[in-house]
Design a protein around this ligand. Sequence first.
Ligand code: HPA
Ligand code: ZN
Length: 341
Amino acid sequence: MTQEREMEKISFDWLNKLPKVELHLHLEGTLEPELMFELAQRNQVTIPFQSVEQLRAAYQFNNLQDFLDIYYQGAEVLLVAQDFYDLTWAYLLKCKEQNIIHVEPFFDPQTHTARGIPFATVLEGIERALIDGKNKLGISSKLILCFLRHLSEEDAFNTLAQAIPYLDKIRAVGLDSSEKGHPPEKFSRVFAKARQLGLLTVAHAGEEGPAGNIWTAINDLQVARVDHGVSAISDQPLMAELIKTQMPLTICPLSNTKLKVFADMSDHTILQMLADGVCVTVNSDDPAYFGGYMTENFVALVDALNLNKTQAKQLVANSINGSFVSQKSKQKMLVQLSDYR
Ligand code: HPA
Ligand code: ZN
């Protein structure tokens, strides 16, 4: 690439058409206000908002917990398998629009089983949409079951037991919800059991919590990726370890500024980590709540940090390398990426 072309600002269209892979996406976080209202009406669930506009206006958060409170409330409109299908399908259509070719989404079964919705209902609705995503849209996927870390170890064990009939449909377990006060090691035994069952592991760590949580996610939970992991930058030995092992970090720029992990996008350290050789990736986390899907996250990095095309393609290559597909599928995606100009 010539110096001159590197200097020009990347357009929305170039980023939108860039083949992309998403590794940090909560399906419940893709529930757009319009679908929330539609499902509320369909299921006769009352929500404490009068309009889509009022709901969107409520999406102002000072921290992770502010967001989680509204996110769990929003999920209450999801009742039957068709709701989970519609939610997942709407996200996959967005992926098609933004040329996201492979996704590894999270779902939070406990958010639903706690309300009396069977695990099977949730899983079957999501799974049917993911199959249609592959067959009708050409989008491949690997599903990740997340445990809610504010709940007990026992509750996580019960959830894992409910997943056993569906292990062929779930590639990994993860850990989300409130990081403060709920360190990774709280779930060491559950994750050991999950690994025994043949599942891979990931965990949110170092989002609002300290770098120590990234160490324990790696050492105690034996994660294959760290979700967020932005606090690693404060720990030089950890940075060296992440670079040496090429441990992927699934970073979510718009999430980080919406939840005030960084005060401003211009303060975000993702490109510094990329330059240091950390395997950082770009993801949307909860796009319906944080103001954008994958393309918008890349655009935010262009606007605030002058992201260039070489960096954008390296970020996608990192996602491909950090994904849970076969070496052969990775090679195919890497070729598709390098052919893109
Ligand atoms: N962090 C923790 N839990 C979550 C998140 C997040 O960014 N999104 C949905 N659940
Ligand atoms: Zn997340």
